[in-house]
Design a protein around this ligand. Structure first.
Ligand code: ADP
Length: 489
């Protein structure tokens, strides 16, 4: 099959969060299974160009309709760790993708609407007729709308569209003028409840809703989250739309790329290990302490890695830090936030704890350090308010690092409580709490610390149980192929 991913992120070249990992890992798995996969991205100035190999101009003069004008674009081709990627670069005083950051500007909906149009125009002009177009999140929600209302009539009648929802919090709700920008000229037609009209604001359009309504199949990143966004307020207004389209909607748990995240071959960690020689993990613990100037003592290290966002339970992360320090643990945090206030808060906290030999806060994004923290820590805490899938707990388990999570979305689908899960002990792999408050968090962290100190042999079993789970792309890769086959028929 010929599959084209249209996406705003692909790891590690253009990564903000899990979406990037999914695009990379799924594409790789699909290729291993004999499919031809191409990825179309914006050409951001802030990408990690050191992860793009052989970057060269592939198509010089792409003229993309923009209101009643054209924007001249160039398209580049390069390999991102083996994946074939096209990068669209508009030459315009709008400066679409040269902003130093990926998201966070007021005209984000306009920037990515333009990207959707440009991606399809590129496919048309280069005669690309994939069997499947797979697009992701609100940034590419207009792709199926443009395909079925414009490009189908220009000769692109072949592709079917699979659309994956990674996070319903961000839907691309914007003014109808965006439609004129990309040539969808009958705004009244689209501003209709059955099409793109936002379910809260009748005067706004919702780009994610467009993706849901117009795609041939819609997926989200875990079965748990699929249920939550249809039946609870986690749908942020799109629950009804998902109900209407429930016959083409399902949840598929994300995989993790075990070529990147695997302590047996991880080049970023000094001591390789696996389930058979788990003791070598403690060499990494020592290395982590050495790097972060933590004291060497018989104590567990609890870590947090991730965005510092309201979604992630910022106040619970902070609480976990102090709770850990007060209960005989060390704490390591690696994270950053686009929100200056949150960032400054954690910088302040870092300053306050600067002399504490049991604690290190690293504010920023650091892929290399993330590997060492996963390998060197004993536990990782993920106290999210909501979590579509969550990769940190899955990666941590592969590294024998026991997750302590709140039961929401994909966290509930992947972590099974050491004390209370309805599973035999050899299938339990972490600690789970339910209430999004201090007491909830403490109930799980307390049990985890107690187990580490009092029953180390059981704790070790828990580590091994997590390492034994197969959360690779093997199963989800097959699920996606089944969906592609289904919508081609
Ligand atoms: P989300 O997509 O909501 O950000 P996920 O858990 O799905 O969260 O994915 C997070 C991914 O980003 C993981 O691969 C994690 O290791 C990585 N990550 C998050 N923050 C950082 C950071 N500050 N430095 C390095 N890696 C990070």
């Amino acid at each position: 099959m010929f599959i084209t991913m249209i996406t705003s992120e692909c790891a590690p070249a253009a990564k903000v969060g899990g979406l990037a990992d999914v695009v990379y890992g799924l594409s790789r798995e699909l290729e291993i299974r004999g499919n031809d996969v191409e990825i179309i991205l914006p050409k951001y100035d802030c990408m990690r160009y050191d992860h793009i190999y052989g970057l060269q101009e592939a198509f010089r003069d792409l003229h993309v309709p923009y209101y009643d004008q054209w924007v001249h674009c160039s398209v580049f081709f390069g390999f991102v760790h083996g994946r074939k990627c096209f990068f669209i670069e508009p030459h315009s005083d709008k400066n679409f993708f040269n902003r130093g950051i990926y998201y966070g500007h007021q005209d984000d909906p306009g920037r990515f609407a333009f990207f959707c149009r440009a991606a399809l125009e590129f496919m048309l002009k280069t005669n690309k007729h994939p069997d499947i177009i797979h697009c992701h999140d609100w940034q590419t929600g207009l792709v199926p709308v443009l395909l079925f209302d414009i490009y189908k009539y220009l000769g692109m009648s072949h592709p079917r569209v699979c659309y994956t929802l990674h996070n319903l919090k961000h839907q691309g709700v914007t003014g109808e003028f965006i439609l004129n920008e990309v040539g969808l000229n009958h705004a009244g037609y689209y501003l209709n409840n059955d099409r793109l009209q936002d379910n809260f604001n009748p005067f706004a359009i919702n780009l994610m809703k467009g993706g849901i309504v117009y795609s041939n199949f819609v997926t989200t990143v875990s079965p748990g989250y699929a249920g939550e966004i249809m039946h609870t307020d986690q749908g942020f207004g799109l629950g009804h739309t998902l109900h209407v389209h429930s016959n083409k909607f399902g949840g598929i748990l994300n995989g993790v790329d075990y070529n990147v995240w695997n302590p047996e071959i991880d080049s970023y960690i000094p001591h390789k290990y696996g389930i058979g020689n788990i003791d070598a993990k403690y060499g990494n613990k020592e290395a982590l302490r050495h790097k972060l100037l933590l004291r060497q003592e018989l104590k567990p290290i609890i870590a947090y890695i991730g965005r510092l966002d309201h979604q992630k339970g910022v106040h619970l992360i902070r609480h976990a830090l102090f709770y850990a320090l007060e209960h005989g643990c060390q704490f390591v945090l690696l994270g950053s936030s686009p929100d200056h206030e949150i960032n400054n808060y954690f910088r302040h906290l870092k300053h306050h704890l600067n002399d504490n030999p049991d604690c290190h806060l690293e504010i920023g994004y650091n892929e290399e350090m993330a590997h060492l923290i996963y390998a060197g820590s004993d536990m990782i805490v993920v106290p999210s308010l909501f979590e579509p899938c969550g990769l940190t707990q899955i990666i941590a388990m592969k590294y024998g690092t026991v997750p302590i999570v709140r039961a929401t979305g994909g966290l509930g689908d992947t972590v099974f409580d050491a004390d209370f899960a309805h599973k035999p002990y050899h299938e339990r792999n972490g600690y789970v709490f339910h209430h999004f408050n201090y007491e909830g968090l403490e109930s799980a962290v307390h049990r985890a610390i107690g187990m580490w100190y009092s029953y180390p042999q059981y704790f070790r079993e828990l580590m091994k149980n997590g390492m034994r789970y197969d959360y690779s792309w093997n199963h989800p890769g097959q699920h996606y192929l089944n969906i592609y086959e289904y919508i081609r028929e």
